[in-house]
Design a protein around this ligand. Sequence first.
Ligand code: BES
Ligand code: ZN
Length: 654
Amino acid sequence: MQIRLTAVLAAAALGLGACSSEPAADNQVQAPTAGAERMVASVLLTPDARDVHSYAVPAEARVTHVSLDLEADFAAKVMRGSATLDVLAAEGAQQVILDTRDLNIASVTNTAGQPLQWQMGEARDALHGAPLMVQLNGAKQIKVNYASAPGAAALQWLSPEQTADKRQPFLFSQGQAILNRTWIPTQDSPGIRQTWDARIVVPDGITATMSGEGNVVNGGAARGEPAGEGKRAFAFRMDKPVAPYLIAIAAGDIAFKPTGPRSGVWAEPSQLERVANEFSETEAMIKAAEGLYGPYEWGRYDVLVLPPSFPFGGMENPLLTFATPTVVAGDKSLTSLVAHELAHSWSGNLVTNATWNDFWLNEGFTSYFENRIMETIYGRERAAMEADLAWTSMQESIADVGGLESADTQLQLNLGAERDPDEGMTQVAYDKGATFLRTIERAVGRERFDAYLKGYFARHAFQPMTSAGFLADIRQHLFADDPQTAQTIGLDAWVYQPGLPANAVHIQSPAFPAVDAAAKTFAAGGQAAAIPNWGTTWEMVRFLDQLPREMTADQLAALDQRFSLNAAGNSEIRFAWLKLALANQYAPATRSAEQFLTSMGRRKFVQPLFQILMEQGSWGQTLATRIYRTARPGYHSVTTGTVDPIVGYQAGSV
Ligand code: BES
Ligand code: ZN
């Protein structure tokens, strides 16, 4: 480890490109050679690594370290304090450009406290925010005094009533893709890696956690230290350069429980036991992942289960995965989420997409890797079911983005600056990406492919990666002696062309033909009593998803009676059921839908259900409007941002 870190540092110091195959050496910003205490990662300056979603000009000046000193003001819903940034500037560079969105900047100084000139540029649009241009005047560190806005898009401030235990308010952040600029004034681009540290002040009774070191001290939750009347300060650090979207915070009435020597769970106290139980296999997963692709580089791996408004299934914040409570099913049936977020510790957090155009390098690799971990822990049957469901999901997502011809089915995207990266970052990246890697695996054999991937992560650890960089790397390290196989696979077509190549490997679950047959029989008028009692969540989900979208009320009632679907505690089963029931305007499901949609804010569930309701004429639209009015105040901006246009919500309209 130590040796490799030094090597990365040296590469940066010499101005070598992060990707040896790309000629970036002569236009690199020079990193300090001697006495550098902090690890400085290199940046890529090739055209395909240019990030249209950031105002930063890293070739002139880039941020290498962020030091936050912030107080969380729960009453005002504001983070207030300062960010001190280490800036690495090219010779002659006058200014550094930061990304901001809705920040209130009080002043910018050098570390001696002398004011530096700054200017907020024109905002391109609401999404990107505005560039903050600071005249360096020779400064190598600048201090930005600022506060976030009460509506900062990355942050959600929950009242005590919106938490499980209802004792304390709760704060959490979601940085990916370009939201962290709403609470941290830095260069918010995945290719500009930064180390960071933070001092976070919160009211007594609240525990702060972040995506770095400092959460767990001597095997227990860090307690912080007194920081004035009724307040405590928590300290965190991240000594390895990470993409800035990976800086995350959560603070509330949360407790910690170990699940292994280097793993544990965080949750509200009333949830802690259940959560620890659900994720008891975490250490086994870490070992499985290490067995595949090399050592876990980050130290601890903990999972924080957030209040139900968390908009994603999970988020791979380093050392501290953020997770939705909707995966705590009680029977470990949805733990692939942990495998997925853990896998990002390699694909995504060690080797990171240089821009959001290369999102598939994060999510496609991770989905493939996730499934390999699942296979190791739970066996081939479960892994095959999950891979087969992902195949179906891939077909659906290709259709959703406009079919096989659509440019959004390419792995490498061409997102324009005018496009919300969120929009192009679809399920295609996950499922087509994973299918591509399975196709390579099938062609070269698992052993060779695993050895290659292990080397890929080691060669590019703590560096950004582009699609071209990956293709160059795999040609050099896997196909150097075997260009014919590379040719047969059609690497470039997979990455740069729309659609799905004919050689795509489809993993088929041996359990599903029976499920599909049962769905057919039932749809054709069969008895609900004749449906087998599916042994797994995924068989039940597959069964429901295979049913034709048009069913009679009697059929739906029989299903509900047989499987208690309106009351399903498993979120994936409930979701699969509600999609079907609402598409049929099945009135007995409305209460279940309302309960589900007002009790969690996970976008993957919320968006399709509102979409289906809105497609049901006035029956569904009335219902959607009523439910959204109650549910919306509880959702994170990521979810409202997607659902508002679906439901036709404008401030004051619903
Ligand atoms: N990094 C993603 C979540 C994400 C993607 C946030 C794009 C913002 C923009 C995370 O790793 C993820 O993929 N989560 C999935 C769960 C997973 C098991 C497929 C999710 O939230 O559904
Ligand atoms: Zn992911």
